[in-house]
Design a protein around this ligand. Structure first.
Ligand SMILES: *[C@@H]1O[C@H](CO)[C@@H](O)[C@H](O)[C@H]1NC(C)=O
Ligand SMILES: *[C@@H]1O[C@H](CO)[C@@H](O)[C@H](O)[C@H]1NC(C)=O
Ligand SMILES: *[C@@H]1O[C@H](CO)[C@@H](O)[C@H](O)[C@H]1NC(C)=O
Length: 457
């Protein structure tokens, strides 16, 4: 009798939660969500939302390309999240992707094609004080437009800035002094300097849009978007090569970092995804690097594997990893895969995860073709990119929920474990004071009591 009653209450609670949570509907097929996860579309109508970050008051800041930076307040309980009070923080249409914020919420950084800017930010009012100050410039390239920013928190807030090359295969990037296709390290407290005045962390990186720091050990990782339409010995092999790459750059705090200033291959060497498709592949295997020249490429493969730094993991060609965020313990790395255009069957178009071990390295071997596990995907990729969302930026809120922007559809999603539970349990749970309602917690509690009664009665 009592357990029956409690079950009914629990069911009613669950229904109340479902009904009271406002939901938005996508114009494309309902996304697939892996077992054990939940995803919810919480914002539409943004202008190409790219990089996102939470401030220290749990406001969400979004770079809207050609608009600037806008903020939202988060209204939430469990997986029922809504965004409200949209506000312009920086009205600057040149800002197009990168965003960073110091943990004290006071200094905001953003990037344009040409510059990295710094702003004095107030998280109480979501406003900036005065104008942005250009701290790094001379970043313009002919091809790539994003300049990803990462504050390396385990290394005293050094600022990493990633910059791609001028064109698909930019031969000028064989010269490190050109400053193209590389990641450089800056002291963001210093005034205006040219990009090439930064310390080179890594080069030969075609377009390393994803850059992340493992909070467990301070290891720096980048995700490289590799070349399109490549040929080897006169054969077009773009369908299954080259691989997208996850590259390791060591720890900035390590004064003798053996990976500092290493060259990762581009524009001479490229990651193998499918050796079967590569002419004269010899003994090349997944995760090694191969050369592309008009003839006799094989002669150069040895150079690629001895003189160039190999990727730590490879992903299917053209999946386009744009952002990467570790969970608080460095056990999982979440990636947004923007998706392909240079491939017959669309691939990518998902948020996926890579497992990391206590040694700060991925669990999968460098020869693996299974490193990525999708969590949120388009359910019908035949229609991509036209009828699909395209993941761009990722950010954690203070409750361990992961937010994802989709630039082509102007949307934001939130991803949790089932039942609205934290995806990153190491992040502090939402305090009662910051929650607008707590019906979800009550529902869960009643559910637990009901199960206990069911067991004993
Ligand atoms: C590699 O390419 C071959 C030949 O095109 C194809 O049969 C095979 O399925 C591909 N393997 C993978 C993992 O893509
Ligand atoms: C390619 O290899 C063939 C056979 O070894 C050789 O005759 C030819 O000169 C080579 N071509 C180039 C451009 O090195
Ligand atoms: C998938 O999308 C394509 C292209 O938009 C469409 O033609 C096809 O009917 C869709 N398939 C399913 C199973 O809905």
């Amino acid at each position: 009798m009592i357990n029956q009653l409690l079950f009914t209450i629990a069911a009613l609670q669950a229904r109340a939660i479902a009904q009271s949570c406002p939901s938005l509907t996508a114009t494309y097929p309902t996304p697939s969500v892996a077992a054990g996860y939940e995803a919810r579309l919480i914002a539409q109508g943004l202008q190409k939302p790219r990089g996102i970050i939470f401030d220290n008051k749990n406001n969400l800041l979004v770079v809207e390309r050609n608009v600037g930076i806008t903020s939202f307040q988060v209204d939430s309980s469990g997986s029922c999240v809504s965004l409200k009070n949209k506000k312009t923080v920086v009205g600057d249409g040149t800002l197009n992707h990168g965003i960073e914020l110091t943990d004290d919420g006071k200094t905001l950084y953003a990037s344009s094609l040409e510059s990295v800017l710094k702003y004095a930010y107030d998280s109480n009012s979501q406003t900036i004080n005065g104008q942005g100050e250009v701290i790094i410039n001379e970043l313009t390239t002919q091809g790539t437009v994003t300049r990803t920013l990462l504050l390396a928190r385990k290394a005293g807030n050094k600022l990493l800035v990633s910059r791609g090359g001028d064109e698909n295969i930019d031969l000028s990037s064989v010269d490190v002094n050109g400053g193209e296709a590389q990641i450089r390290i800056f002291d963001p407290t210093k005034g205006k300097i040219a990009y090439t005045a930064g310390t080179t962390l890594g080069w030969g990186l075609r377009n390393a849009v994803g850059v992340a720091e493992n909070p467990h050990d301070g290891g720096i990782w980048s995700a490289e978007n590799n070349a399109d339409n490549i040929e080897r010995d006169g054969f077009n092999i773009h369908e299954n090569n080259p691989a997208e790459e996850l590259n390791y750059h060591g720890k900035l705090s390590d004064a003798n970092n053996p990976l500092l200033n290493k060259n990762y291959g581009y524009p001479l060497c490229y990651g193998v995804w499918n050796a079967t498709d590569i002419p004269s592949a010899g003994r090349l295997q997944v995760g090694q690097q191969f050369a592309i020249t008009n003839e006799n490429s094989t002669n150069q493969d040895a150079f690629c594997n001895t003189d160039r730094q190999a990727p730590r993991l490879v992903f299917q060609p053209h999946t386009s990893p744009l952002d990467m965020k570790f969970d608080g313990k460095g056990e999982n790395l979440y990636l947004s895969l923007h998706g392909s255009w240079n491939k017959q069957d669309p691939v990518g178009y998902s948020v996926s995860v890579i497992e990391f071990g206590a040694d700060g390295q991925p669990l999968e071997a460098s020869t693996s073709t299974n490193a990525l596990t999708p969590i949120l995907s388009n359910s019908n990729t035949t229609g991509c990119p036209g009828f699909c969302f395209r993941p761009a930026g990722l950010a954690w809120d203070r409750n361990g929920r992961l937010y994802m922007t989709s630039d082509n559809t102007g949307e934001i999603y939130v991803i949790t474990k089932s039942g609205g539970k934290a995806l990153d349990e190491s992040r502090p749970a939402e305090s009662a004071a910051s929650t607008s309602s707590s019906y979800s917690a009550v529902g869960l509690f009643v559910g637990v009591v009901a199960s206990a009664f069911a067991y004993f009665l």
